[in-house]
Design a protein around this ligand. Structure first.
Ligand code: SF4
Length: 492
């Protein structure tokens, strides 16, 4: 996934772009927890700070003051190409013959090997092993005088998923691939002394400010705009480049025809429920998925229970339609982030109990409908069912508010190997047996579309139906480490 954020401060503003970008990134932490970083420009030169770890531990108050300037981009990483090592943290930075560039990338390229063949000097010139590093090198090398011209020349050769925030000395630039697999939104930041700014975050009312006094923000999700008090303007369109400068209206350049295929999993599970995509609030979308699920797979039980946190909206919808009481029966420990805790073998053995604890008084003697948003490998769901049975549940009926995942994703989600997907190799009845549930039901693609109330051809559904909008050109299995000739350098 990854979270990206970009900001151009309003003219005359005294805020720190690095601080604002870090704040914006906090609203995107769920999109990647492996590393974080921020790059700034003061109009003359770029500076960068990045490290492995969660945003709060990397971008703390001691480091931000030295990152001065009115332009910034920020990134939090979830790896799909390249190991979790410092070198692969983003933003990337490269000083080329024509320009200095920093880039934050959400997505995953699918023709990395072909692009590598186009890089003069080859793999040896890359200090890291990500597709983003390669893209940055290609852009920095491009002889075009202007960064936007370089983007227009290079991007048509690039395939796969990329929502980018690009920083050069003078501008922040947003880019979305022609399919728009990953989201990217544009927001407006009010001048500090304007009525809009004084009204407070998200309360712009009738005064959205004007282009001459505004700053601009790019974010993976609208939650990134909300947290910095920016007003939503619009999505960056698939195949579009948006150039941002303080006190000027954004300039749009189209580099490819739009063939929209937004990842439907963003709406089902990845993005925050308080985000908006395609004009839809995602909590509402997920609640309606639960309603559809109740219609498709009813169960006679005493309670409807979510797997926290992401199963909660769908469980609420399921409970409303079925008339079965909604009750929380699993409590999530929010402080077991994988960056902070490297479990020992004994701890790892404890599996899901490190993250979830059952409320025995709620669960004991009850027939439960347990609602979750996906089953990937099946091992977590199996442990949750066992946990609930140990806590005294009489029956456990599992309901999933998404279709079975039959196919790997090559566009930015780390499910690139088919054999790791339980639905690719087992029947629904076999999966039910494996997870130890009394019954199992998945929402259909038709049910997802009914909840979205949008047409199929606006989305990518490839992991459910194998219909890849941008076909993958070569073997999938080695993709994640395609730029690491030997074994992965280190995996956390
Ligand atoms: S394959 Fe699945 S996870 Fe990947 S972009 Fe398409 S819908 Fe999203």
């Amino acid at each position: 996934m990854c979270g990206v954020f970009g900001v151009v401060l309003p003219p005359g503003g005294e805020q720190s772009a690095a601080a604002l970008a870090s704040l914006g990134l906090f609203a995107l932490q769920h999109r990647g927890q492996e590393s974080a970083g921020v790059a700034v420009s003061d109009g003359e030169q770029l500076m960068l700070y990045k490290d492995l770890g969660m945003i709060a531990s990397v971008l703390d108050e001691r480091r931000l003051p030295s990152l001065r300037g009115g332009l910034a981009i920020a990134h939090c990483r979830y790896s799909t190409t390249g190991s979790t090592i410092w070198e692969n943290a983003q933003p990337t930075f490269r000083l080329g013959p024509r320009r200095a560039l920093a880039i934050g990338h959400n997505g995953n390229l699918i023709n990395t090997r072909d692009l590598l063949a186009q890089l003069s000097g080859g793999r040896g010139r890359l200090p890291a092993s990500t597709d983003t590093e390669l893209l940055t090198a290609l852009l920095a090398d491009e002889p075009a005088a202007d960064t936007v011209d370089a983007l227009v020349r290079v991007l048509p050769r690039v395939r796969g998923a990329y929502s980018l925030v690009v920083l050069d000395e003078k501008r922040v630039i947003g880019v979305r691939d022609p399919f728009g697999f990953r989201p990217l939104v544009l927001g407006r930041l009010a001048a500090p002394d304007s009525a809009a700014a004084l009204a407070g975050p998200g309360l712009w009312g009738d005064d959205p400010g004007d282009d001459a006094t505004s700053g601009w923000v790019l974010a993976s999700e609208t939650t990134g705009l909300d947290i910095v008090g920016a007003e939503f303007v619009r999505d960056v369109e698939p195949g579009e480049i948006v150039i941002l400068e303080a006190g000027r209206a954004p300039v749009s350049v189209r580099f490819a025809e739009a063939k929209p295929a937004l990842c439907v999993f963003e709406l089902i599970y990845f993005a925050r429920p308080d985000s908006y995509m395609e004009g839809r609030n995602l909590y509402e979308v997920r609640r309606r998925m639960g309603e559809e699920l109740a219609g498709e797979h009813p169960a006679e039980t005493d309670l409807v229970m979510p797997v926290p946190d992401t199963g909660a909206p769908a469980a609420a919808g399921y409970a409303e339609i079925s008339g079965i009481p909604f009750r929380e029966g699993l409590i999530r420990n929010r402080y077991t982030g994988r960056t902070f805790i490297q479990p020992s073998q004994t701890m790892r053995h404890r599996g899901v109990t490190m993250k979830l604890n059952p409320l025995r008084e709620v669960v004991r003697g009850k027939r439960l409908t347990v609602v979750d948003d996906s089953i990937v490998r099946g091992t977590t769901t199996k442990q949750i069912v066992a946990l609930l049975r140990r806590a005294g549940a009489e029956e456990v009926h599992v309901r999933i508010s998404a279709p079975p995942i039959y196919h790997p994703c090559f566009y930015g989600i780390d499910t690139q190997v088919e054999t790791e997907l339980i639905a690719a190799t087992h029947s629904i009845e076999e999966i039910r047996g494996f997870i130890g549930a009394d019954t199992l039901g998945y929402l259909s693609i038709r049910g997802v579309l009914a909840a979205l109330d949008l047409p199929y051809d606006r989305f990518c559904f490839a992991c459910f139906d194998g219909n890849y909008p941008d076909p993958v050109p070569y073997d999938a299995a080695s993709r994640k480490f395609v730029l690491e000739e030997a074994e992965p350098l280190s995996i956390r």
